[in-house]
Write a protein that binds this ligand. Structure first.
Ligand code: PGA
Length: 260
């Protein structure tokens, strides 16, 4: 399997600049050995410049958690892709369910952000996923494929390395209620199949699809062992360096196991 695993931290609305500095200083030496894993840390805008500066020329990529798809203008409170690059970001989460549900982001906005990030050379981590009600009613795939299709429509001549998807069932986020490894594989396998049909085989084989939702050191290995799962987007368990490093190590071990 040619895909490099990725472990991405999502701090959400947590940490001051001082706390971000302490975290990054502790993380960098410990992440340096996991040379088979791409590590991204998606931080609040206020910490981005500092985390970007500290992680420059290291194996850790500083990322943001959102941006707006226009480059400049009368968009009070928004941050653009060139601004993120200027602050040192190499990645950005797009369409997290908290943004969709609490801040009203639509499939259309998410798709335009994904496209703008790719064009700006910022790696978008595009989130898709269903609610508990939708899953219980048998509507998981309708929801997820609808969100995905709108992003696919926007992508033209994009290679698989320039975008990452994250399947994050909303009922598993921050709840401790992780999807079973089989559920994660089932959804992510279907996402990859749809990408193959709609975008092409090369794209589908090379694009990374992460799982997100209550990933922690105790469950990471079995989730990472699933064939189509290329890593994780992690909220709660990324806030402490120790547990995030355990997740990076779990991803690194998965690579070691597949090679033997
Ligand atoms: P969680 O969050 O790991 O705390 O469930 C994941 C996410 O929201 O990306």
């Amino acid at each position: 399997m040619a895909r490099r695993p990725m472990m991405a931290a999502n701090w959400k609305m947590n940490k001051t600049i001082r706390e971000a500095e302490e975290y990054t200083a502790a993380l960098l030496p410990r992440a340096a050995d996991a040379d088979e894993v791409d590590v991204a840390v998606c931080v609040p805008f206020t910490c981005l410049h500092e985390v970007g500066r500290m992680s420059e020329d290291t194996r850790v990529t500083a990322g943001a958690q959102n941006f707006y798809f226009e480059d400049s203008g009368a968009f009070t409170g928004e941050i653009s892709a060139p601004m993120l690059l200027d602050a040192g970001a190499g990645a950005v989460i797009v369409g997290h369910s908290e943004r969709r549900e609490t801040f009203g982001e639509t499939d259309d906005m998410v798709a335009r952000k994904a496209k703008r990030a790719v064009d700006a050379d910022l790696l978008p981590i595009v989130c898709i996923g269903e609610t508990k009600g939708e899953r219980d009613a048998g509507g998981m795939w309708d929801k997820v494929s609808g969100q995905l299709s709108r992003v696919i429509e926007e992508l033209e001549n994009v290679d698989g390395e320039s975008i990452v998807f994250a399947y994050e069932p909303i009922w598993a986020i921050g709840t401790g209620d992780t999807a079973t490894p089989e559920d994660a594989q089932d959804a992510i396998g279907k996402i990859r199949d749809l990408l193959e049909e709609e975008v092409g085989e090369d794209f589908a084989e090379s694009v990374r699809i992460l799982y997100g939702g209550s990933v922690k050191p105790e469950n990471a290995a079995e989730i990472m062992a699933q064939e189509d799962v290329d890593g994780a987007l992690v909220g709660g368990a990324s806030l402490e360096v120790d547990s995030f490093v355990q997740l990076i190590d779990a991803a690194q071990n998965t690579v070691a196991q597949t090679e033997h």
